[in-house]
Every structure is written in C-alpha cells, then in structure tokens.
Design a protein. Structure first.
Length: 128
C-alpha cells in the first residue's frame, strides 16, 4: 500500500503534467499582468487578486458540490479536498524552489496556486 507521501507525490506528478496542458485562463489576470509590464510588485498584486477571485469561485463550486452529494460521498469529497489543498500547497512550494529563492519565487507560488485552483474548479464543476 502506498504511503500518504507517496500518494501525494504520484498525484503531484500526474497533476503537474495535466494541469500545465489544460489549465484554464483568467482573462482579467492576463490583462492585469499585461498592465504590470514586468514590475514584480505589480505582478504580485495581479496574482493576489486573481487568486482571491479563483478561490471564491472554488469555494462556491465546492459548496454546491457538497449539497448535491449523499453523506458518504460528501465525506469522501471533504477528505479529497483537504488532500488537494495539501497537494496544491506542496506543489507550489516546489515551483518556488525551482526559482532558487529569487524575486520570481513568490510569483511562481502565486501562478501555481491560481493554475491549480482553476483546474480544481473545472474538476468540481463537472461541466456546470
């Protein structure tokens, strides 16, 4: 049986490959980043606002999904969501570490968190 750490690593590997190819776009974020013109602080502000929007959407979709499920399935979704948050946070730390602590490290975390959140919204929405 796989340990929790092994399962998260396997999920990270699979999700990173799939998320990079299928990540939805946020046109508001894209426009903000264009206006930021490469200024790190401005870019971080764009990502912070983008994450707030994505997180609010995710919470709404998650609450709607919970309401539609029977109690045993609902409990599994709650456990899955908690594992997903752990995975997202760990995976985004890895993205930052690839930047070796440079000024782009916080932006890598920001971008990663938004990307994962947008993909999770799609996963939970199931076309709704």
């Amino acid at each position: 049986m796989l340990s929790r750490c092994s399962m998260l690593l396997a999920l990270a590997t699979l999700s990173a490959a799939g998320a990079a190819a299928a990540a939805p776009k946020d046109p508001v974020l894209d426009a903000c980043l264009d206006k930021a013109d490469g200024v790190t602080v401005a870019m971080h502000n764009c990502y912070a606002a983008g994450f707030q929007r994505a997180d609010a959407r995710l919470n709404a979709v998650y609450r709607r999904a919970l309401k539609e499920l029977e109690p045993p399935v609902r409990a599994r979704l709650v456990a899955a969501q908690r594992a997903w948050v752990t995975f997202r946070d760990l995976d985004c730390r890895v993205a930052a570490e690839r930047e070796a602590g440079g000024s782009m490290a916080p932006l890598a975390i920001d971008e990663c968190a938004i990307r994962h959140t947008l993909v999770r919204i799609d996963d939970l929405s199931d076309g709704k």
